[in-house]
Design a protein around this ligand. Structure first.
Ligand code: PEP
Ligand code: MG
Length: 551
């Protein structure tokens, strides 16, 4: 048996074989090909495999997610064999005598650029599909497994660390849990693991070795323990935890359909955090009352170029419509710091967490901002969309954001495009500056949502990504809790609601404190909704003063 101790960052127990994440080598050589006919045959084989995969995905989607998603995969299967697109590949082969990979890459670039340049927004939206299809054919040519995991059975995925964009592209149905050498509880990989309801452990360091691949492991995302090929006693301990987990799951089922109300009658809005439309079924399955944070940047991270207005509109509309009139808070682009997107060409910064990130990028690049706001307002006609701006420090930033919104609404009005004029606008409270000017900020917006991950980082001067700050990174610190209280009082004074969408919102040991502070909404990963509801229903909502949040 090998026992390892890391930091549990997403609760739950899982068992399965360890599989090491392979970072695929995707460099495409410019060297000429020896045999063009052989390259043509390679393309044909890769196309055939791509069509098979897409048809299988369409069948699966039809069973699990309905016709709309299935049709998407069927359309992609048609694109693979589209005559003009295939001609582009063959021309590249003949003219440049290049490899199959180069020809497919060139055809993808040429064809998607042509679609993106069209006037018709629908055709523009297809450019992203062609890029996706091109990536699939290339992966098949290069032998890169679909979804990144070359295993028939589900696995415990092991890695040094995973970038948010890498995590996004994984085939989630094949992952039982994550174990990583580095990482931290506040990293976006940990956040995604919690969204997916999958146990995760980080900070295992050098104890996690490549030669452990294929061996049977048991992991506990609460204690941070990993046991490879456990002895009898350890095995029975893990098995009893697995049984308890099943029992708890059954118990939590009884919470579905119940109200989020304390024993003394205070109603709390329990919402969910999501990263993309694919997370909505988990929100519905766990009976979330709404979406308190849709991290829209994951659309940008998952794409190899700026997502078009049309592609964004479709994603936001899908979520808004699927939530059937329940509030969907969509946060505008929050990249920079640990969320790097290559095509933005952001300057390398010494301290990216303090650099040009989030709203600063949007205010510096009005065209990027405008595209997203147009997509958001268009989607507002299909559900209860609310727009939220991240990393606010000053009142002038909010005024500038609101001016950008007004401009977009006027454009849509002039074009006769439907949108909701009453769309709520909110901001994230995640910098100490925003806490200190909360009263002035509250007069400008409809709601506050506290990003405790960044608020803790900036208040305590502790890097949220570092995994060795230990007791210094303390989200329970009275400075953080008092910041929450100051922002809450400011919100209520202005008659607006305030929620928490940072990871702290799911910390059940703080629930009574949040209730006493006066928090109106908690937005948590879908898998945390029912345990939180169970706890709310057992709680009494007292009140507190700033001084009561003691050191
Ligand atoms: C936060 O900072 O708490 C937050 C919710 O935003 P993100 O984790 O995406 O920075
Ligand atoms: Mg944040």
């Amino acid at each position: 048996m090998i026992l390892m101790q890391g930091k549990g960052v997403s609760r739950g127990v899982a068992s399965g074989p360890i599989f090491f994440f392979q970072r695929p080598d995707t460099t495409i050589s410019d060297a000429p090909a020896a045999d063009i006919e052989a390259e043509k045959a390679r393309i044909a084989a890769a196309q055939e495999k791509s069509v098979e995969q897409l048809n299988a995905l369409a069948d699966k989607a039809r069973e699990e997610a309905g016709d709309e998603t299935a049709i998407l995969f069927e359309t992609h299967a048609m694109f693979v064999e589209d005559e003009d697109y295939v001609d582009c590949m063959m021309n590249a082969l003949e003219e440049r005598h290049c490899t199959a990979e180069k020809a497919v890459e060139l055809a993808g670039e040429e064809f998607s650029a042509m679609l993106a340049a069209m006037d018709d927004p629908y055709m523009q939206g297809r450019a992203a599909d062609i890029k996706d299809v091109t990536r699939r054919i290339l992966n098949n040519l290069m032998g890169i497994a679909d979804g990144g995991i070359d295993s028939e059975e589900p696995v415990i995925l092991a890695a040094d660390d995973l970038a948010p964009s890498e995590t996004l592209q994984l085939d989630k149905s094949k992952i039982l849990g994550f174990i990583t050498r580095g990482g931290s509880g506040n990293s976006h990989t940990a956040i995604l693991a919690r969204t997916m309801g999958i146990p995760a452990i980080c900070g295992l360091g050098d104890a996690l070795k490549e030669d452990q691949g294929g061996r049977m492991a048991y992991i506990d995302g609460e204690t941070g323990q990993v046991a490879i090929e456990p002895d009898e006693i350890t095995l029975s301990m893990f098995q009893s935890k697995l049984e308890k987990q099943m029992e708890l799951k059954e118990l939590m089922e009884t919470m579905k359909g119940q109200e989020d109300v304390t024993l003394d009658g205070r109603n709390i809005m329990v919402y969910c955090n999501i990263g993309n439309p694919g997370d909505v079924p988990a929100v519905v399955a766990n009976d979330g009352q709404g979406i308190g944070l849709f991290r829209s940047e994951f659309l940008y991270l998952a794409s190899s170029d700026y997502p078009t207005e049309e592609a964004q509109f479709q994603a936001y509309k899908e979520v808004a419509a699927a939530m059937g009139g329940k509030r969907v808070v969509i946060r505008t682009l929050d990249i920079g710091a640990d969320k790097q997107v290559g095509y933005f060409d952001l300057q390398k910064e010494e301290n990216p967490a303090l650099g040009v990130r989030a709203i600063r990028i949007c205010l510096n690049r009005p065209e990027v901002f405008r595209t997203q706001l147009r997509a958001l307002y268009r989607a507002s006609a299909y559900g209860k969309v609310a727009i939220m701006f991240p990393m606010i420090t000053s009142v002038w930033e909010v005024k500038e954001c609101k001016r950008a919104c007004q401009k977009v609404m006027a454009e849509l009005e002039a074009e006769g495009v439907p949108y909701n004029k009453e769309t709520e606008i909110g901001i994230m409270i995640e910098t100490p500056a925003s806490v200190f000017v909360a009263e002035e900020l509250a007069k400008e917006v409809d709601f506050f949502s506290v990003g405790t991950n960044d608020l803790t980082q900036y208040t305590l001067a502790c890097d949220r990504q570092a995994n060795d700050l230990g007791k210094f990174f303390d989200p329970h610190h009275p400075a953080v809790l008092r910041a929450l209280k100051i922002a809450t009082d400011a919100a209520h004074k202005a008659g607006i609601w305030i929620g928490i969408c940072g990871e702290l919102g799911a910390d059940l040991t703080l629930l009574e404190t949040f209730l006493a502070i006066g928090i109106d909404e908690l937005s948590v990963s879908p898998s945390s909704v029912l345990p939180l509801r169970a706890e709310i229903r057992k709680s009494i909502a007292k009140t507190c003063t700033l001084e009561m949040l003691e050191c």
